[in-house]
Write a protein that binds this ligand. Structure first.
Ligand code: SF4
Length: 388
């Protein structure tokens, strides 16, 4: 991997390469740090989306600055990407400005997901000035459809806040700032996929990512993309054709049942300014056909200190409330996680991402250690893709 063209510090480049090597070797005890981390400023949210799993955001208190400072000291000099979100709406965290501002001291790619209902002018300006990769959660193209899914949101406010970010970028001209629509798609809004891409084009947005609905818990019957595979594939293909024509960056899940959408992204078809800061390899080890790179490349810390293995947030590996990164990263549970030969059942729980094979398809990846037998297709669940 050629990291020289990216403005990462030497420590980050060294860690990136070492982590990649240790992943390829499937080491269970790592010298490297993760290459991307999630830090959850808050679990609070003002919305009541039909896709949300409320059990995952029951913590009332925001992450303390004291805990955030310990995470910063342990990890920020080594990682290539910090995601300042997990569950909840990070713009509501009382210390969000202080937290994101520390990114100025480091060379990692700072990334965030927001619902964009609440975006004060100063925060929008800060995202732009700090060169954030901002994902706006965006699940439909019309007010009626949007507010039916993202209940208690306001479609007009969201569009206005997207324009606010665009205007700030036009004023400031931050080289790294990037804006993307991040869309969660199920049977309830699959027909919206091409319409969202059209809307993005009309607003001058250059990036749309589609992830399959998967709350991480049991799904509501009737919502899974897998229930109507032909319709799903037709809509994503139509959305991609529009994106290709409009030169909008696009990605969607790669496989539904036996049907493939290949290529399922157009990342390499045309460059965007963000490409100078975000190697595609940051996405290179997503779960695919029973294999998973997350136990090597990423770690998440929730607002209460709970350390989780990945964006699925189901495996608790330790706690920043009583431990540090160094106590946890190679502990017995992490070693057990990395020793697994197949990830269809990850630490005893079915992982929708590994089962439903949603590899982005755009990057080179190591061969799985051993062919693992996939569980029978239930046609019930989709998979969720983590954000680039
Ligand atoms: S739960 Fe899924 S995504 Fe997370 S580490 Fe296990 S296989 Fe990977």
């Amino acid at each position: 991997m050629d990291l020289e063209r990216y403005p990462f510090s030497e420590a980050v480049k060294k860690n990136f390469l070492l982590n990649e090597r240790e992943f390829r070797q499937r080491k269970t005890v790592l010298e490297s740090y993760p290459i991307k981390i999630y830090v959850e400023p808050t679990q609070k949210c003002q919305l009541n989306c039909i896709t949300c799993d409320f059990s995952r955001r029951s913590e009332k208190d925001d992450m303390s600055l004291e805990m955030f400072g310990r995470i910063e000291r342990d990890l920020f000099s080594h990682v290539a990407e910090v995601n300042f979100y997990f569950v909840g709406e990070p713009a509501l965290a009382k210390d969000i400005r202080k937290m994101i501002s520390v990114s100025e001291k480091y060379t990692f790619l700072p990334k965030i997901f927001i619902n964009a209902n609440h975006l004060p002018d100063d925060l929008a300006e800060l995202f732009v000035r700090l060169g954030f990769f901002v994902n706006v959660s965006f699940d439909a193209s019309t007010k009626e459809a949007f507010e039916r899914i993202r209940r208690e949101s306001n479609f007009e406010s969201i569009l206005a806040n997207i324009r606010k970010l665009q205007a700030a970028q036009a004023r400031i001209g931050s080289p790294r700032f990037h804006l993307r629509l991040a869309c969660t798609i199920g049977q309830y809004n699959i027909e919206e996929a091409p319409r969202i891409v059209r809307l993005a084009a009309s607003m001058g947005l250059r990036d749309v990512m589609f992830g399959a609905y998967d709350s991480g818990a049991e799904l509501e019957p009737g919502r899974s993309l897998g229930l109507d595979i032909e319709r799903t594939v037709r809509c994503f293909k139509e959305a991609k054709a529009i994106a290709d024509r409009e030169k909008i960056r696009f990605s969607c899940p790669a496989q539904f049942g036996a049907m493939l959408i290949m290529p399922n992204n157009n990342w390499r078809d045309f460059p965007l300014p963000i490409d100078r800061f975000a190697p595609f390899e940051l996405e290179g080890a997503n779960p695919f056909k029973g294999d998973c790179g997350y136990p090597w490349i990423e770690m998440g810390v929730r607002s209460n200190g709970q350390i989780v293995s990945c964006c699925q947030r189901v495996h608790e590996m330790g706690s920043y409330a009583r431990e540090s990164f160094h106590d946890v990263w190679n502990n017995a549970r992490y070693r057990e996680l990395r020793r697994q030969k197949s990830f269809y059942q990850c630490l005893g729980r079915e992982c929708a991402m590994a089962v439903y094979s949603i590899w982005s398809g755009g990057t080179k990846r190591p061969a799985p250690r051993k062919a693992a037998k996939a569980p029978a297709e239930k046609g019930r669940r989709g998979g969720r893709r983590s954000g680039l």
